[in-house]
Unconditional design. Structure first.
Length: 255
């Protein structure tokens, strides 16, 4: 029988990956590692501690994952890591360095430049995890371009980080459409393995329903299915507002 998998999460951002791991592993993380400046992390931290009432420790580092904010952060981190052999660390690196939405072609933020500013988060966080936590597996997801020729320079640097810490490396490109969701959203998953060679990952597909059948799976008692949240202070039907806006701008045209 496989025992309880011990895991921590670093830079969870809005928390989708963390909630996915909770569902798969059947337990919450032992702690959340949060770096200054990445305020989206607090959405997941709030979900864990205020919505679910779990009181999961939060360990704070500087924005480059170079040092802990307080001595108490470092003491708590060392206690958790020393008392547990961490099996896996998921994390959500900044993906704007490789995203197609990044239109910058020159300078320090140019898309595809392995040394651009945005990619430093990926390198710093990966180094922190492999050097200080030393899990059996570390993994993160990123833009689909990480799997393409434009991402080769980035992957080369990640391989160097893995080699420096005696981790093997693998990368996998996935599409939500292959896993039951009627939407094509491609992402790249990167893995570091605490072994000389990386395992073979079998790509499993799931039948995808058409959109109407998929939407019919939403429970009847699900809340806010007819509303769109703009902010915590307002709920508006943005689809209707979009049609209104389009009509007002094109009131002499057929829409």
């Amino acid at each position: 029988m496989i025992g309880k998998i011990k895991w921590v999460i670093a830079e969870p951002l809005t928390g989708g990956m963390g909630m996915g791991f909770e569902k798969i592993l059947g337990s919450p993380p032992l702690c959340v590692i949060h770096a200054e400046g990445y305020n989206n992390d607090f959405q997941y931290i709030n979900y864990l501690n205020n919505v679910k009432g779990l009181n999961i420790p939060v360990i704070n580092t500087d924005g480059e994952f170079k040092k802990f904010i307080t001595e108490e952060d470092e003491i708590l981190f060392n206690k958790i890591i020393n008392e547990n052999q961490i099996d896996i660390v998921p994390y959500v690196c900044i993906c704007s360095g490789l995203s197609m939405l990044n239109n910058c072609t020159t300078g320090c933020n140019a898309r595809g430049d392995a040394n651009n500013n945005q990619n430093q988060n990926m390198y710093n966080l990966s180094s922190f995890i492999l050097e200080k936590i030393k899990p059996k597996v570390a993994c993160f997801e990123n833009a689909p371009n990480a799997y393409s020729n434009s991402g080769k320079g980035v992957l080369d640097k990640l391989v160097e980080i893995g080699n420096r810490n005696e981790y093997s490396f693998s990368v996998e490109k996935v599409d939500t459409y292959d896993h039951g969701v009627p939407q094509h959203r491609q992402r790249t998953f990167v893995y570091f393995w605490n072994s000389k060679t990386s395992p073979y990952l079998k790509y499993e597909k799931k039948e995808t329903l058409d959109l109407v059948k998929y939407l019919q799976l939403i429970p009847k008692d699900a809340s806010q299915q007819d509303s769109y949240c703009i902010s915590k202070d307002s709920i508006k039907d943005t689809t209707y507002e979009c049609i209104q806006d389009l009509y007002n701008k094109n009131k002499h045209k057929s829409i």
